[in-house]
Design a protein around this ligand. Structure first.
Ligand SMILES: NC(=O)c1ccc[n+]([C@@H]2O[C@H](COP(=O)([O-])OP(=O)(O)OC[C@H]3O[C@@H](n4cnc5c(N)ncnc54)[C@H](O)[C@@H]3O)[C@@H](O)[C@H]2O)c1
Length: 388
């Protein structure tokens, strides 16, 4: 095989972007099919895609047709595991959009099926992993430059969304259609990066979620979570889609100083001697370790994002290139978001790994109260260029 033939399932906001990228911007990749259950979305395909790109009105037809080598699943989140399992079992390489799913029980089943098909590549669209800022920070942490981690703190409040955005899709911000709010839609990127950069998952979580605080929605739009790690470190994750102007600041403190990622820069306040050593040796009463402020050079531009993930996935299929975002890793960020919901719903601490059955039970209760009704869901495609 010299070229990977892709089929996209779901040609809404994101699927359309991927379709355009696959029309020549991704080396060794081509778009050969699209699939959407909404006829209006297929109409878009008729107007904007070459005539030889096949159209299917249901995933089963696409799976049966054997016109693709890989499928890219860009439907609402609940369907990611279901469709991925069907696609893997039908013999296709699979790339899913984020989040991996809505609840870890389904995502674990998907991961088990992927593990049973080692001959197929399985990836997830964690495009923020292509950002050189986060890659460099991961390298500084995991090479030991920062020393043992003590505290992590991410304030991510600048992915602002209006009521009109929520109104644009009947599935959005409902328990039945989406399964969550800012934690499920905007934050899967940060929740993934948080564990990917640090290499650590918390051992327990206590979270406070406000539901429909700023917008007329069922789900959370304001969250503050406190986490504890195995090594004694602690962390804070603060997020909302309802504040303007917002902040995107990740600060991490270790034995050798602190690193801050904000406004596209990576700053390392580097201690001349580790804090633990300074404390053990210092005898002058008040004192603090000498600290140097270092601006860490990072390639500008934010990385190749979605196209970078597609290029890497294509080369993984063709030449066994290592995946930057393996699909199996999607469960980690989702575990964090599920833990935050569960903590808020039970008003208590939640240990990780979470009780997946209990989470699903609580989510099912929420779904029963949900206003989401599939047949009435009004959908309007938005231009996502320049979004995340
Ligand atoms: N990686 C990113 O940066 C990024 C950005 C935006 C959205 N996303 C993700 O992409 C996914 C889709 O989001 P969106 O904003 O494009 O939503 P959307 O509503 O605009 O598009 C979803 C499309 O899927 C179709 N669909 C639904 N169920 C289907 C099924 N079973 N088979 C075939 N088609 C089906 C719908 O008709 C619709 O056209 C979400 O999971 C979202 O989190 C990722």
């Amino acid at each position: 095989m010299n070229t990977v033939r892709y089929g996209i399932i779901g040609v809404g906001n994101m699927g359309r972007g991927h379709a355009i990228s696959l029309l020549g911007e991704i080396k060794d990749a081509e778009l050969t099919a699209v699939c959407d259950i909404n006829p209006e979305r297929l109409e878009w395909a008729n107007e904007h895609l070459p005539a030889d790109v096949k159209r299917y009105s249901c995933p089963e037809d696409l799976f049966a047709a054997k016109t693709v080598d890989a499928v890219l699943i860009a439907t609402p989140h609940y369907d990611h595991p279901t469709l991925a399992i069907q696609a893997l079992n039908a013999g296709y390489h699979v790339m899913i959009e984020k989040p991996a799913g809505v609840y870890t029980k389904a995502v674990q089943e998907m991961n088990d099926v992927a593990a049973a098909h080692p001959e197929l590549k399985f990836g997830i669209m964690f495009n923020q992993r292509t950002n050189p800022l986060y890659q460099k920070l991961r390298n500084l942490i995991q090479s030991g430059e920062l020393g043992e981690i003590r505290r992590t703190n991410w304030i991510i409040t600048d992915w602002y969304r209006t009521q009109d955005y929520y109104n644009s899709g009947g599935w959005r911000a409902t328990w039945g259609g989406e399964g969550g709010g800012v934690l499920l839609n905007q934050d899967p990127h940060q929740l993934d990066l948080w564990q990917w950069m640090t290499g650590m998952m918390p051992k327990r979580v206590r979270a406070f979620c406000y539901f429909g605080k700023y917008r007329n929605i069922e789900v959370e739009d304001d969250v503050t979570a406190y986490v504890e790690y195995e090594n004694g470190a602690t962390g804070l994750f603060t997020t909302t889609t309802g504040e303007a102007p917002g902040t995107n600041r990740f600060e991490i403190n270790g034995d050798n100083g602190k690193i801050v990622v904000e406004n596209g820069t990576l700053t390392f306040w580097r201690l001349r001697v580790p804090e633990s050593k300074f404390n053990a040796e210092f005898s002058g009463g008040f004192g603090t370790p000498e600290c140097w402020k270092c601006e860490i050079p990072v390639e500008p531009g934010g990385g190749d994002q979605h196209k970078g993930i597609l290029r890497n996935f294509t080369q993984a299929i063709l030449h066994n290139e290592q995946l930057l975002a393996p699909g199996e890793e999607g469960i980690r960020g989702l575990m964090l978001s599920n833990a935050m919901h569960l903590s808020a719903w039970t008003d208590n601490w939640v240990e990780l790994p979470i009780d997946a059955g209990l989470f699903l039970e609580k989510l099912t209760d929420k779904i029963k109260t949900s206003t989401f009704q599939k047949e009435q869901a009004a959908d309007r495609a938005l231009d996502v260029s320049g979004t995340h």
